[in-house]
Design a protein around this ligand. Structure first.
Ligand SMILES: [Zn+2]
Length: 253
């Protein structure tokens, strides 16, 4: 039974949700076409939809994800807070060349795309550095304005926001999405991170979260996914990933 679950669920999920059109729908201003073979960006750059690197184990998938792998796990936008199934972390499987092409190939070119936005806090506005590519800055500004209208009990979870920081993910050599200026962490001192409980990607981890869904839903409406919908929960973390929220990719709404 366990073997059946481990092998069939990812295949079924890939068949149901992995559709190259998600890229065109998610990034209509940046991706001009996508099919089972390749994706063509507005810049003229092309990427294969699938690469030949091994993706059999979870660790191989994390290290060798391609554009097809990136869509393999469906993101439950608008869903209620339920502990995600074992290893279901939609958005954590990332094909880095794609993001480098969109937001900048290195620190210098990424920083050329950064702008400063105002982010409301309970003590007044603070400033955050965000990418202007695809209007991410405007989207994050709109999110801040909407969160500011929530009751104080919810708003406190949007305090202490941090965005751009050029760095790798803890204990890995994979570039963090904060390095592109398209991710934000909220309430970093009072939220939950899976690595505080386990060190191995494939460990059995118990789910924890305190981030209110009122905040999560505002982010999802504007193209951001939440790390609290991951088996490898990172409940402070939100990142701009409109391909996972595109109509062709939506699991459950
Ligand atoms: Zn983060």
């Amino acid at each position: 039974m366990t073997l059946y679950k481990l092998s069939l669920v990812p295949i079924l999920s890939a068949l149901l949700y992995a559709n190259p059109q998600c890229y065109v729908e998610g990034y209509p201003n940046l991706v001009v076409s996508a099919n089972e073979h390749e994706i063509i960006l507005k810049s003229g750059e092309k990427f294969p939809y699938r690469t030949t690197a091994s993706k059999e184990t979870w660790n191989q998938k994390i290290d060798n994800a391609d554009l097809a792998t990136q869509l393999e796990q469906s993101y439950d936008a608008g869903g209620f807070e339920t502990p995600p199934p074992y290893l279901h972390s939609p958005g954590r499987l990332r094909y880095q060349p794609f993001f480098k092409s969109l937001y900048g190939k290195d620190k210098k070119s990424i920083e050329k795309n950064l702008v400063t936005i105002e982010w409301p806090t309970l003590k007044g506005n603070t400033k955050l550095q965000v990418s202007k590519v695809d209007g991410v800055d405007k989207k994050l500004y709109a999110i801040g304005q909407e969160i500011a209208k929530l009751p104080k009990a919810d708003r406190i979870w949007a305090e202490g926001a941090t965005t751009y920081c050029y760095r790798v993910i803890k204990d890995t050599d994979r570039l963090s999405m904060h390095s592109y200026g398209i991710a934000i962490d909220l309430a970093p001192n009072t939220t939950q991170y899976w690595k505080d409980e386990a060190s191995s990607e494939t460990a059995k981890i118990g789910y924890k979260n305190t981030m209110p869904l009122s905040i999560v839903r505002i982010f999802e409406k504007h193209g951001f996914i939440w790390g609290g919908r991951w088996y490898h929960y990172d409940t402070m973390h939100f990142e701009y990933r409109p391909e996972l929220l595109a109509p062709s990719c939506k699991g459950k709404i």
